[in-house]
Ligand binder design. Sequence first.
Ligand code: SAM
Length: 281
Amino acid sequence: MAMSPASRKSLVVLNGGSRRGPGRVWLVGAGPGDPELLTIKALNALRSADVIVHDGLVSPEILELAPVKARRISVAKRRAHHSYGQDEINRMLVAFAEEGLEVVRLKGGDPFIFGRGGEELEACRDAGVSCIVVPGVTSALAAAAAAGAPLTHRGVAQAVTFVTGHARNEEIPNLDWPALARSNQTVVIYMGLAQAQTIAAQLLSRGRDPKTPALIVENASRADERRLVTTLSGLASVAAVLEGPALLMVGEAMALARSEGVAEPTKAAPPATALSARGLQ
Ligand SMILES: C[S@@+](CC[C@H](N)C(=O)[O-])C[C@H]1O[C@@H](n2cnc3c(N)ncnc32)[C@H](O)[C@@H]1O
C-alpha cells in the first residue's frame, strides 16, 4: 500500500533491525490497568520487546515492566483525534517487524474486544509478518469481578452481551435494542458514557424495567477505581458525573454489586474510594 508523505513523516524510524531473523508482532492484551491482571505470557512478551507500540489505556506501571532499552511509542487517542491513524499504526507494526524487531503492540484489556486488534492482525497477515495474539483480561470482567457482580448468574442472568455505545457523529448506536431490552441477561456497554442517556432511553422504550439494577465502573482495577451502583432509570444521571474510561452494566445480577471494595487488591495502594450513586438518582 502506498504511503502518503504525511504518513511517512509521522512514522517512527527505529534502526535496530537486521541483527537476527525476521521480526514478529506480538498483539498483547495489557488488561484493565492493574499489573497483577497481566498474563504471564504478556509479561514475557513485554520483557523481550525491542519496541512497544501502546495505547493510552495502558497503565504506566505496566510499561515499566518492559526493558529500559525498549523503545516506547504511544499511539494514544487524544481528545477527538488519534495521534496516528489506524493505517499508520498497521504500517508501523509491519515496518518494525520487517526490520527484524520484536514488536509488542500493547492494548488495554483484550486486543479483540473493541480494540481494533483484528485489523492489525490482518495487516500483519497481508504483509507476511508473523503475529502472535496474547489475550488480556477485558475491562468488563475485571470491573464485574471486583464489584462482586457476576455477569451471568443462575436463574437471573442467562446471557451476557458486550456492546459498544460509541456511534459516529453522536448517532444512536445501531444495536438490536429489542433483544438487549429482554430480562434475565446482562448488557455491558463499552464506550457508553457519552451516550448513556440514549442507551437507557432505548432500553426503557423497549420495555426493560426502570428498576433493573445497573453498575458503572470507572477506571476498573486502577487505584482511582469508582463503582457506582444505580438502576437503569438512574444510569444517565450517574454517567453524567464521570469522565471515564467506564463501563455501564445493566441487568438483574448487578443487584449483587457492592460499591465498597469486594476484592481487596494485593498492591500497596488502597482501594479507590467507592462512591455509591444511589443518592444521585
Ligand atoms: C476502545 S475500548 C477498548 C476495550 C479494551 N480492549 C478491553 O478489552 O477492555 C475502550 C473502552 O473500554 C472500557 N475500558 C477500558 N479500560 C477500562 C477500565 N480500566 N475501566 C473501565 N472501563 C474501561 C471503556 O468503556 C473504554 O471507553
